[in-house]
Write a protein that binds this ligand. Structure first.
Ligand code: TRP
Length: 339
């Protein structure tokens, strides 16, 4: 098993990122003890320049995200943790795969259509070819499994299409070059919604900071945000069905279950019939208890720029060594003379 996944270094990690992606990464990393697999996790900083961005924010966000990932449990000794920029094999392979990816495939990507909207002529070329870089990110390491959110499933299918076409066009039938990666999509229950609106995703771009729990929030802030979270006047139901038309209640119960490592059914068995006056303080305390050690490690590490840069250097070295054979074989398959 070769697990590869990336996250954009947007800075300001929140509970949605933690429960939706990072906690899965940590679990997969820890599972490799028994599965014997290998994990590659990286900051997709090259993807971040596909949209208008501020350079200073990007570099600060990249280091901050390394600190956050390590604080959450990604161990640079066990996983290969790096940023894309320090592994030039990623954009090199992307260029080679640009020869295989088709305009029509990229034109059908819903993320491109959503982000470009009516401005197709004025968005960057990088936004259009973004999924080819993403394909390179995983194909470079012969990834077998790629944990991603539901919104990235189409990009993974594209990576498979590119791999398949390249193998067909340039490799002997019995010697395909690229492994077709499988997406690993977390269950819908892992989707964490805004604390102010149970129907929209918890997001760092929500103008209201009350809508999310940030990894940098201290205990008082967390308690206050949970206390002010939107709810309805009904007590919690004892059965899961009772949450169906109650998005805010469902979200809070889901967060509780995820943080406690239990099921929604179990949480309702404990809290069914009780009001939010009892549930919210319990949820706040659980969040504080689980996030405090992460928060402390994060705050400490964030200030240690030398340590962060050393982690990135070492990760890049490991990644480049793993990437080299596939990149070389790709040049060769295309008839490009490496000398
Ligand atoms: N596009 C992904 C996202 O926005 C991030 C990403 C970049 C990625 N390269 C990747 C995810 C490779 C998985 C594998 O979430």
């Amino acid at each position: 098993m070769r697990i590869v996944s990336g996250i954009q270094p947007t800075g300001n990690l929140h509970l949605g990122n933690y429960l939706g992606a990072i906690r899965n990464w940590v679990a997969m990393q820890n599972d490799t003890v028994t599965t014997g697999g290998e994990c590659f996790f990286f900051l997709a900083d090259l993807h971040a320049i596909s949209m208008p961005h501020d350079p200073a924010t990007l570099s600060a966000g990249t280091r901050e995200m390394v600190a956050a990932l390590v604080a959450c449990g990604i161990d640079p000794e066990r996983s290969t943790l790096f940023n894309q920029t320090q592994v030039p094999e990623h954009p090199q392979l992307q260029w080679l795969l640009n020869g295989t990816a088709r305009m029509g495939w990229l034109s059908r990507m819903t993320q491109f259509k959503d982000k470009a909207g009516k401005n197709r002529d004025s968005v960057s070329v990088a936004l259009f070819t973004y999924p080819v870089l993403q394909a390179a990110d995983v194909l470079l390491y012969q990834a077998t499994h790629v944990p991603v959110g539901e919104d990235q499933k189409q990009h993974l299918e594209l990576a498979r299409d590119i791999a398949q076409k390249f193998n067909n066009d340039f490799c002997p039938e019995d010697k395909p070059l690229f492994t077709l990666p499988e997406p690993i999509i977390p269950p819908a229950a892992a989707r964490i919604m805004s604390l102010r609106d149970g129907s929209s995703k918890m997001s760092k771009s929500d103008p209201s900071d009350m809508s999310r729990i940030n990894l940098v929030d201290d205990a008082d802030t967390i308690m206050n945000k949970v206390k002010k979270a939107k709810t309805d006047p009904e007590p919690l139901p004892s059965e899961k069905d009772g949450l169906e038309a109650r998005p805010e209640a469902r979200n809070l119960v889901g967060i509780y279950a995820a943080m406690a490592g239990t099921t929604v059914e179990q949480v309702l068995a404990d809290f069914g019939g009780k009001g939010f006056g009892a549930f919210k303080p319990a949820l706040g305390e659980l969040l504080v208890e689980k996030l405090a050690p992460i928060n402390a490690r994060f705050v400490e590490l964030k200030q240690d720029r030398d340590a962060l840069d050393a982690i990135l250097r070492k990760g890049a070295e490991k990644a480049r060594a793993a990437a080299a054979p596939t990149l070389a074989a790709t040049y060769d398959a295309l008839g490009l003379v490496r000398g």
